[in-house]
Write a protein that binds this ligand. Sequence first.
Ligand code: IPE
Ligand code: IPE
Ligand code: MG
Length: 256
Amino acid sequence: MIKRIQAWLSRNDRQPKPVEISPDNIPRHVAIIMDGNGRWAKRRGLPRIVGHQNGMKAVKRATIAASDLGVEYLTMYAFSTENWKRPKDEVDFLMRLPVDFLALELDELIENNVRVRVMGGTDALPDHTRGAMEEAVARTKHNTGLVLNFALNYGSRKEIEEAMRSIGEDIAAGRLTAGDISSELIDSRLMSGGLPDPDLLIRTSGEMRISNFMLWQIAYSELWFTDIYWPEFDKSHLHQAVAEYQNRTRRYGGLK
Ligand code: IPE
Ligand code: IPE
Ligand code: MG
């Protein structure tokens, strides 16, 4: 009996109470480290891939909820440059997910005026994964609503390394001088070029780390961590994160 009450309480703790959100201070760019799919499945005695499948549904919920709030950019960390270390079966499944996600959800994303974008080493993706992403980018390129930016085979150190290489090549060729290097130039060479820095960074699953995600861009992001696993994430969690964001004072090193 006590066990049942505890289970009920912990389930209900995981469902935040409704919160007030001010329409004037919506984060322009929300970035999410979607973590805990495997543990979500394990807790239910299911294979890890079932966790990834349910995580896909959470991507859709988060996208629609962010779009409804008026968030302009939503970056989703879907596969890191380090995730190749996982067993081949799991990697294959993760590479199949964007194909399934877009086959199921692209029409609804289009109805919601969502524009799809990708950042990461797309050349190394299997053809079916890259093809599905390219098709989604092409079919949504004229949309003017939320930009849904998938970080796929993304790693921040790799991104910075490539930006440095491209600047180095321009200097060697005489197109730039060392004096031209500025924060703006570096920004423009990153894979997130053209996007504002994330205002709010969310990580699920209770891990308190960044795992090689947007190290340059999150210099002044507000961080929000939650113990819930990614497949459980819904509108109420996004609302809770945004409400807490709205209660923070962003000083950027200055005084209020
Ligand atoms: C997040 O869930 C999805 C990816 C990293 C691709 P995980 O697969 O990392 O789940 P846990 O952390 O093992 O629970
Ligand atoms: C971060 O999650 C990467 C993604 C969410 C795609 P991981 O599960 O790979 O991170 P670590 O290994 O726990 O740091
Ligand atoms: Mg993980």
